[in-house]
Design a protein around this ligand. Structure first.
Ligand SMILES: Cc1cc2nc3c(=O)[nH]c(=O)nc-3n(C[C@H](O)[C@H](O)[C@H](O)COP(=O)(O)OP(=O)(O)OC[C@H]3O[C@@H](n4cnc5c(N)ncnc54)[C@H](O)[C@@H]3O)c2cc1C
Length: 454
């Protein structure tokens, strides 16, 4: 079969992209290295769309949960991943969990049976110099291809490790305790008003107790194959810094120097700083707080920080092997590499995170590529939708120098107006998303569109 587009990687994103293209009438070559005798250290089978760890697609609640909303938008767009997940679901309350083997087998069979898809078991070692291509090789991209990507993007824009500090929803921070200030009230080179950080102050007693908790907190172990991947001094977990001495953190990320607490007029004993993480200003990351503490331990411990007692976390900290590119810097709004427009990226290598998000970005890459091959232009989904919010984060919403992988969450959406209780507020997001999604699909009734526009 002469193909019109080449997809590299038959994981969650690559299979979804292939399906969307094939359904649009395009001839697809899908290259997957498993089946050649080679596998990433996390994959166990040769089946397409293998789930490497949990069997959960997380919440299926489209009314109150951002990932549930993403499920529903993907179903509406004919997602093969969602169709196979629904066909192989197992009981899991309000979550969508699947029989992993049945799911992977179903995706494999549906792609094998599609007349427009040719599956080739081969490892690809370099980015193709020409011809429409989608790279969907995931967090454990084989090394030769990763090097080729690094050469094309610049090595600074390709990460091999995910050293993540926790990210907090801005509206859950107690600003009666925390305050906005930059160190010495200095504004940065790119502007700022000298009040760029949220600062959470600690007394000596609070700091010493926090230091002890860090030393004794339960940590996640590195997997055997992750132990060989080096981490840099700049990505040192806070608990490792804490082990180096009682004051190491106070001279590092928790340095209070130049930060007058307006409630006391003095520098506190130590400070936890949060820096804006997305253009909307809804998400803030805890500066220098990358950690391998267990998730429950992070929530417990970080809520002892003054001002963060009721913190809601958009994501928790972590440190693991993850190959991803700096998408906000490198990709255009339809996921094309700005330096080589014939290449699109999809899935976790773009810096989204999770099975559902990776599949969703595969779906979008497939649809953008199909439209382009048909000589059409597909507008990106609006940022009020789950697909649009996720795409917005990848292609522009995140701060370029802080770019870190992210699950879909309401913090990526433009804030909804007005005050409402938490559950109602989530519903306001999803109602607005439903309307925006319908308009994007051209399914909103004309009268309704007029009302919304008025
Ligand atoms: C250890 C681990 C545990 C995880 N646990 C979870 C979890 O519990 N829940 C969750 O939601 N997410 C989890 N993730 C993240 C999850 O893996 C991704 O979100 C998802 O699988 C990414 O989909 P993808 O299609 O981008 O990549 P993948 O699903 O990894 O697919 C990439 C495919 O590309 C192939 N490939 C790689 N290099 C080449 C090459 N050079 N040539 C040809 N083919 C190639 C691979 O064999 C693979 O099939 C985990 C990730 C890891 C590494």
């Amino acid at each position: 079969m002469t193909h019109q587009i080449h997809i590299i990687g038959g994981g969650l994103a690559g299979t979804e992209a292939a399906w969307q293209l094939a359904e649009a009438g395009m001839k697809v070559r899908l290259s997957e290295m498993r089946g050649t005798g080679e596998r990433s250290p996390a994959h166990q089978t040769d089946g397409l769309a293998e789930l490497v760890c949990s069997n959960s697609f997380r919440s299926d609640d489209a009314e109150h949960n951002a990932v549930g909303l993403l499920h529903s938008e993907m179903r509406a767009l004919g997602s093969v991943i969602m169709a196979c997940a629904d066909a192989h679901k197992v009981p899991a309350g309000s979550a969508l969990a699947v029989d992993r083997d049945g799911f992977s087998e179903a995706v494999t069979q549906r792609l094998l049976a599609h007349p427009n898809i040719e599956i080739v078991r081969e490892r690809v070692d370099a980015l193709p110099a020409s011809g429409p291509t989608i790279v969907a090789t995931g967090p454990l991209t084989a090394m030769a291809l990763a090097e080729s990507i690094g050469a094309a993007t610049g090595s600074d824009a390709l990460a091999f490790f995910d050293a993540i500090a926790p990210i907090v929803h801005r509206d859950s921070i107690d600003m009666d305790v925390a305050w906005m200030a930059s160190r010495w009230d200095k504004s940065g080179a790119d502007g700022g008003d000298g009040k760029d950080y949220i600062n959470c102050p600690m007394t000596k007693e609070q700091y010493l107790a926090f230091h002890q908790d860090l030393l004794h907190g339960e940590k996640t172990e590195f997997r055997e194959w992750e132990k060989d991947t080096p981490y840099f001094e700049g990505c040192m977990p806070i608990e490792v810094m804490a082990e180096r001495g009682v004051d190491t953190l106070r001279y590092g990320p928790m340095k209070p120097v130049g930060l007058d607490d307006p409630r006391t007029g003095r520098w506190p004993y130590a400070v936890v700083q949060l820096r804006q993480d997305n253009a909307l200003g809804t998400l803030w990351n805890m500066v220098g707080f990358q950690t391998k503490l267990k998730y429950a331990e992070q929530v417990r411990l970080f809520r002892t920080i003054p001002g963060l007692e009721n913190a809601e976390f958009a994501r928790l900290g972590g440190l693991h092997r993850n190959t991803f590119i700096n998408s906000p810097q490198l990709l255009d709004r339809t996921l094309r590499l700005k330096k080589a427009l014939h290449i699109r990226f999809a899935g976790q290598i773009t810096g989204c995170e999770g099975y559902v998000e990776s599949s969703a970005v595969g779906l979008l890459a497939g649809r953008f590529a199909a439209a382009e091959l048909l000589g059409q232009m597909l507008a990106p989904p609006p940022v009020e939708t789950a697909l649009g919010a996720l795409l917005g984060h990848i292609t522009g919403g995140a701060e370029v120098d802080l770019y870190q992988p992210m699950n879909v969450n309401f913090g990526l959406f433009p804030p909804v107006e007005g005050k409402a209780k938490k559950a109602n507020r989530k519903r306001l997001y999803t109602l607005r998303a439903e309307q925006a999604f319908d308009r994007w699909l051209g399914r909103a009734p004309v009268e309704k569109q007029k009302e919304d526009a008025a």
